[in-house]
Ligand binder design. Sequence first.
Ligand code: RFL
Ligand code: PHB
Length: 391
Amino acid sequence: MRTQVGIVGAGPAGLLLSHLLHLQGIESVIIEARSRKHIEERIRAGVLEQGTVDILTESGVGERLKREGLIHHGIELRFNRRGHRINMYELTGGKAITIYAQHEVVKDLVSARLAAGGRIVFEAGNVSVQGFGGSTPTIRFQSDGNHHELTCDFIAGCDGFHGVCRPSIPASALTAFDRTYPFAWLGILAQAPPSSDELIYAYHERGFALLSMRSPKISRLYIQVAPDENINNWPDDRIWQELHTRFATDGGWKLTEGPVIQKGITGMRSFVVEPMQYGRLYLAGDAAHIVPATGAKGLNLAVADVRMLAQAFADFYSSGRTRLLEQYSQTCLRRVWKAQRFSWWMTSMLHRFDTDSPFDQRRQIAELDYLTGSRAAMTSLAENYVGLPWD
Ligand code: RFL
Ligand code: PHB
């Protein structure tokens, strides 16, 4: 088998890259370890930056997003039992975020690729990448009980944080930057109408809590828990009780409960590998970097990477120029590090750290108090949250 760009992983990064390449007349094949059902049901992110919405729309996969996505102009920060709205729309000159689940983006992209005759190999076994240090990049995998070899001009490693592409690069060629946080998030999906029209990020002495949503009927809620927490210690009643406590206001705000339809625990980590390229292997999305979820940046960074990568491949195939490919890593990393900084800052400001002294806790409250009272500070949060301009 042969193609121009071999893509490992059918997450948002791999699927969107394949779609954008197709629009430029460039052929690709996606090799995915899991089933179509699995990737289309995996509960993950929900916040799309304005630029992410724009690229999905402009590339022709935004029809359902436009119909079903919930546009939000603001978010709320809640602390000391009071809410403070940040009007992002006004502060950024008319930018917003859209709530639309990541697995819906994945469904839209899978169906667009298949409708256009795109090739996605699902449930591929023993995927490995070779030859990218020289001129014959190859992806080997098993499918339907047979061994296959896909030769390509380039490989795009879009296989997420636990994929095979990054570890296949000689360790001496990469530098990793890593930070783990001393807490995790316990997240639920509940069949309950969202108790607020907009997202609420809450700082509380018992820990952070977040109210988000997926539709007018489904709430998505998170609480900060210990990093090694066992989900079996959290029956639904205990989760609701904790949510009521952390979101409580003096104004008597009410949290609506409903049946919990999914729950899970997610670790919080910052990670970047540099450079995001080795020979003819290009890393994109979570394969190259992950952020703690507080800034809602992971999916959006994956989209920003493949937007750049698709442009660089298009330039190479149309003109033979390699300049954009050579600059790919450097260009992406500037945005990646700004998103890392923002995600780290939101995480540090809003969570309780066991090691914090009473001084640190007073400082956190002062930071929230300053932020919600200063137009300059709110503008800084808003422009990062809706997404910084493309380079
Ligand atoms: P993905 O989505 O992990 O896709 C990688 C794909 O590669 C496949 N794969 C392999 N395929 C072949 N061979 C192998 N050896 C393979 N190993 C893995 C996997 O099966 C998978 O299909 O990476 P991608 O495309 O880079 O996308 C990144 C995003 O998924 C991620 O950054 C976000 O979900 C992070 N995130 C959020 N991001 C946001 O922008 N906004 C949010 O609101 C937000 N909330 C979240 C989040 C992540 C969360 N979790 C569960 C980690 C909330 C949560 C709870
Ligand atoms: C979500 O809706 O899953 C979500 C929203 C905002 C975040 C993280 C996750 O910061």
